[in-house]
Design a protein around this ligand. Structure first.
Ligand code: C5P
Ligand code: MG
Length: 288
């Protein structure tokens, strides 16, 4: 029923189940649908022309707002902790302390740089941050059909907001749940607000902030992520009838294929587009 699902880069553990969920969502219509999506490497590109694209943290690292010394330290953190984040041989429990360390150190470094809020928009413009192909249609379609989009990100919320503003897709149906900087009376960052969100505590974040999710009060959820830590992003939603989880498998594809196929309903391998989510959304919202 959806041509895009037949592509070689699309993997499904149980095609019949996927079809059934999509059919249920189409029958209920867009007024019962909400989308919960990760940001970095899900709505943004993983790579372009063979080069890695920046995460919201990396946008900051590579900007002129950060000293050379800090850049070197941030690169060191990435080289050390990213392989742990995606290591197939380690359990989530083993990874969590490393993630806490990574985020704590990175946020401390950012705070030391005395960045001003009014400098962020320019840093994002200069960064070359790229949304996936078809991302504008994705945001626009959700807005036109009044489907709420909750972006749930372990990145830096202030940067994330600038990225979607820069691409003119920060529509009124979009809400962001992320790590936000706290600025002093001079507009200089002096801390991060609230509890830290890292790759593997999104479930706790969702459960502790049920009110954020309750506002949506819709029974069908389309979930988009790229990490196995994104699978539980909808755990704060009450009374889910149908949930379809779509996972981008960007890196270490052969090693991680099996666990992604076992965990996500639809796995998109090295796919830098939103063609599959867009086709599903079109099917659900157009009522065809
Ligand atoms: O939006 P999302 O939840 O995907 O953001 C988290 C991502 O940011 C992680 O997957 C991690 O690889 C990346 N990260 C980073 N630099 C940091 C901390 C996290 O690039 N200092
Ligand atoms: Mg991500």
């Amino acid at each position: 029923m959806i041509e895009e699902l037949a592509k070689a880069s699309v993997r499904m553990r149980d095609r019949g189940r996927v079809d059934k969920i999509i059919q249920n969502m189409q029958t209920a219509g867009p007024s019962e649908l909400q989308v919960i999506s990760d940001f970095d490497m899900t709505l943004t590109r993983f790579a372009h022309n063979g080069k890695r694209c920046p995460t919201t943290h990396n946008i900051l690292h590579s900007s002129s707002l950060i000293s050379e010394d800090c850049k070197a330290k941030m690169s060191g953190l990435l080289a050390h902790y990213y392989p742990i984040e995606i290591d197939e041989s380690k359990s989530v429990e083993e990874k969590v302390p490393y993630m806490v360390e990574w985020w704590t150190k990175a946020h401390d470094f950012i705070v030391q740089e005395k960045i001003r809020k009014d400098q962020l928009a320019q840093a994002v413009k200069d960064s070359g941050a790229m949304l996936r192909e078809g991302c504008k249609s994705f945001f626009d379609m959700l807005n036109q059909t009044s489907v709420p989009l909750l972006i749930f990100s372990a990145g830096v919320g202030d940067i994330l907001e600038e990225v979607i503003r820069h691409h003119e897709v920060f529509h009124p149906n979009v809400r962001v749940f992320s790590n936000y900087m706290d600025f002093d009376e001079n507009g200089v960052v002096h801390a991060f607000k609230g509890d830290m969100i890292h790759t593997f505590n999104k479930r706790e974040g969702a459960l502790l902030n049920r009110d954020q999710f309750a506002q949506l009060a819709r029974s069908n959820v389309l979930l988009l992520g790229d990490s196995l830590g994104d699978l539980n992003m909808a755990d704060g939603v009450q009374n889910i009838q149908n949930i379809l989880r779509i996972g981008y498998l960007n890196d270490k594809v052969d090693e991680r294929r099996e666990s992604y196929v076992q965990s996500y309903d639809i796995v998109l391998e090295k796919d830098e587009t939103l063609n599959v989510p867009n086709a599903i959304l079109k099917y659900i919202t157009a009522g065809k």
